[in-house]
Design a protein around this ligand. Structure first.
Ligand SMILES: Cc1cc2nc3c(=O)[nH]c(=O)nc-3n(C[C@H](O)[C@H](O)[C@H](O)COP(=O)(O)OP(=O)(O)OC[C@H]3O[C@@H](n4cnc5c(N)ncnc54)[C@H](O)[C@@H]3O)c2cc1C
Length: 393
């Protein structure tokens, strides 16, 4: 089978790239390892930068987001005895939105079905070939057990941290940077109305805690735990008790509800370059991972594919390779900014090191709420840089 663009991975990066290419009249084929049901039900990120929201709206994907999403002016920062609000709208001129990655994915999958373009789910043994040539291809076994080969003009590797696309970049030219943090997040979803109107990032001697939400009736909470934490050791009572302790504040109460999902999420920073090899382009988690403290992973994937959609359109429709040639360097500027911000938020808020480190963390937190310039720096990074031009511009 032949197509213009073969996209490996149907997470948010792959699905959005397919949608933006379709908007420019470029056909693509999606190849995904998991079933469509599995992809649509994965619980992951939930905070969208305003630039991401604008892009989704302009791409015709804003209806449910506008109806069900929750616009937040900022976040709360907390440490024992104190909770302070940072107003991003006042500080940086931009808000953020709570709208789960699950919902973004469902909207994108519905758009893909409407576009009536090919998508292979349950694909196995996926491999990228001949990235260095004008005719790269992707081979895989489809769900019926038949061997398939998609011959394309471009291959987009949107297959996440564990996907095969980056292996098609020869080891000799690959450079990777990685940091594994000495802690993890125990994340839960619970059927309970949020006890706060906006997210609470809490520093606590027992470890970091985050009060997030997915809707007006579903809360999302995280606790800092050990990287090798055994989730079986965490009863629902123990989780609620720890959350109540870490969020404790006079005159405020944490509401509890039925826990519907529990998982332990490792904390890692990872960047691999180059993000382009010949006719293969990497985007999203395939090229970089950030710890979720800065809420950047999904937004970074969106920024990559906005940029990539335009580069591919220029290359295929106008024979103009300038944006494609600049893709890696342009994308990496934002990747490293978000990598730094996510590392900074993570190291400031999680307990690690000794009491000296704890005092430095508390001093930094006080500085943010006391100094407008320090608060603005956090707000501008959290609310996000402008999203690059895409096929919609
Ligand atoms: C478990 C988990 C929890 C997370 N939680 C949060 C959070 O709470 N907050 C936050 O801000 N961010 C979170 N993130 C980060 C955020 O969800 C990601 O940054 C975002 O999903 C990136 O989108 P992507 O499309 O680049 O990658 P992914 O969403 O990983 O999509 C990649 C796709 O490629 C597919 N794939 C993999 N291997 C193959 C293969 N061999 N062949 C074909 N397809 C393949 C995968 O099945 C997947 O559908 C989380 C990530 C993970 C992995």
């Amino acid at each position: 089978m032949r197509c213009r663009v073969a996209i490996v991975g149907a997470g948010p990066a792959g699905l959005l790239l397919a949608h933006l290419l379709d908007a420019a009249g470029i056909e693509s084929v999606l190849i995904e390892r998991q079933s469509a049901e599995h992809v649509a039900s994965r619980i992951r990120a939930g905070i969208l930068e305003s630039g991401t929201v604008d892009l989704l709206r302009r791409a015709g994907l804003g209806d449910r987001l506008d109806e069900e999403g929750m616009e937040h002016r900022g976040i709360y920062l907390q440490w024992p005895g104190e909770r302070h609000h940072l107003d991003f709208v006042n500080l940086a001129g931009r808000s953020v939105w709570v709208y789960g990655q699950t919902e973004v994915t469902k909207d994108l999958m519905a758009a893909r079905r409407r576009a009536e373009q090919a998508a292979y789910y349950n694909a196995s043994d996926v491999e990228v070939h001949d990235a260095d040539t004008e005719r790269p291809s992707v081979t895989f076994i489809d769900e019926a057990g038949d061997a398939q080969r998609i011959k394309a003009e471009i291959v987009a590797g949107c297959d996440g941290y564990h996907g095969p696309s980056k292996q098609a970049v020869p080891q000799a030219v690959r450079h990777t940077w990685e940091r594994n943090y000495p802690f993890a997040w125990l994340g839960i979803l619970a059927d309970v109305a949020p006890s706060s109107n906006e997210l609470i990032y809490a520093w606590h001697p027992d470890g970091f805690a985050l009060h997030s939400m997915r809707s007006h009736s579903v809360g999302r909470f995280y606790l800092q735990v050990a990287p090798d934490e055994d989730i079986a050791e965490w009863s629902d009572d123990r989780i609620w008790h720890n959350l109540a302790t870490r969020f404790a504040l006079d005159g405020w109460k944490l509401d509890t509800g039925t826990i519907t999902e529990k998982s332990v999420l490792p904390m890692r920073s990872f960047v691999t370059t180059p993000m382009r090899r010949g006719r293969l382009f990497l985007a999203g988690d395939a090229a970089h991972i950030v710890p979720p403290t800065g809420a950047k992973g999904l937004n970074l994937a969106v920024a990559d594919v906005a940029l990539l959609s335009r580069a591919i359109a220029d290359l295929l429709l106008r024979k103009d390779s300038r944006a494609a040639d600049a893709y890696c360097e342009t994308a990496l500027n934002r990747v490293w900014r978000c990598t730094h911000f996510s590392w900074w938020m993570t190291t400031m808020l999680h307990r690690h090191g000794d009491d000296f480190d704890a005092e430095l963390q508390l001093s930094q937190l006080r500085r943010i709420v006391d100094s407008p310039s320090a608060a603005t720096e956090l707000a501008q990074n959290y609310a996000g840089l402008p999203i690059p031009l895409s096929t919609l511009d």
